[in-house]
Design a protein around this ligand. Structure first.
Ligand code: URA
Length: 255
């Protein structure tokens, strides 16, 4: 067993243990997933390297799908009563970068996808400006259901929900996590420091490099204000720092 598989196994068994401790003794598995979990090897004999990589990909996909199903069925907190759809998160199963926000808004609640509203449009531009597409990265939230009237999630809601996001990140093992805004940063890093102090400063979560930066919603405030302009400059600096860390070329802004 390679290191990557061990990590996936650790993350997933930890997640299942947490589910059992929370009193949920069952998970939904469709027959195809069950079969893939039982027989992770592809039919044609692969090279040893391909076999390891294929098995890891199948396990990652199936583990992520199992978490998504649990999120969809979750009734652990009051947010399940007001949601239209829960929002597990989506994107590449082998991402270099995972973006994580606080929680879904109205558009996300309707569509079941993270960052698809106005903030999502800006996030897409940020991702594209970095030289990636949305399919190249993973996009999710700390809290998986929309808080009513788009209020911030409470500490209790975060505490109840964060196991899902932590299990997803442990399985995906991105090279960098970009925390969007104060709530996601504080929740993931367990810090009380302000986002203005933390942004642009490399942090670490479970051995993964973390770059906290401003939330796209903040950047959508009054475009003429000096504060918003400064926040946009700062965010672009933070994204460039991520590209540098990943050894990626730094795109010229606006091209
Ligand atoms: N804001 C977030 O933090 N997440 C979303 O998915 C959308 C808006």
């Amino acid at each position: 067993m390679t290191m990557a598989l061990e990590k996936i196994l650790d993350a997933f068994s930890g997640y299942l243990r947490h589910e059992i401790e929370e009193g949920r003794g069952r998970v939904d598995l469709d027959p195809a997933t069950l079969n893939a979990l039982r027989n992770p090897q592809p039919a044609a004999p692969p090279t040893p390297k391909q076999a390891t990589s294929n098995a890891a990909t199948v396990k990652t996909r199936d583990s992520m799908q199992a978490i998504a199903r649990n999120v969809e069925a979750c009734t652990r907190c009051e947010l399940c009563k007001t949601r239209t759809r829960s929002v597990p998160g989506q994107g590449s199963q082998q991402p270099e970068i995972a973006f994580i926000g606080d929680g879904p808004g109205q558009d996300e609640d309707q569509q079941g996808q993270a960052f698809v509203g106005r903030a999502g449009e800006l996030l897409t531009k940020m991702i594209n400006a970095m030289g990636y597409t949305r399919d190249d990265v993973w996009i999710g939230n700390i809290v998986k259901c929309r808080p009513p009237n788009d209020r911030m999630p409470t500490d209790k809601e975060i505490e109840t929900c964060i196991a899902h996001a932590k299990a997803q990140l442990a399985i995906l093992q991105p090279k960098v996590i970009i925390c969007l805004g104060a709530t996601a940063t504080k929740a993931l890093l367990g810090t009380s420091l302000d986002i203005t102090a933390l942004r642009g400063q490399w942090q670490s979560y479970d051995g993964i490099d973390v770059m906290p930066t401003f939330h796209p919603e903040l950047l959508l405030r009054d475009a003429t204000s000096a504060e918003t302009k400064q926040a946009k400059r700062n965010t672009w600096e933070d994204l460039q720092a991520v590209l540098k860390k990943l050894g990626r070329p730094l795109p010229v802004r606006g091209k």
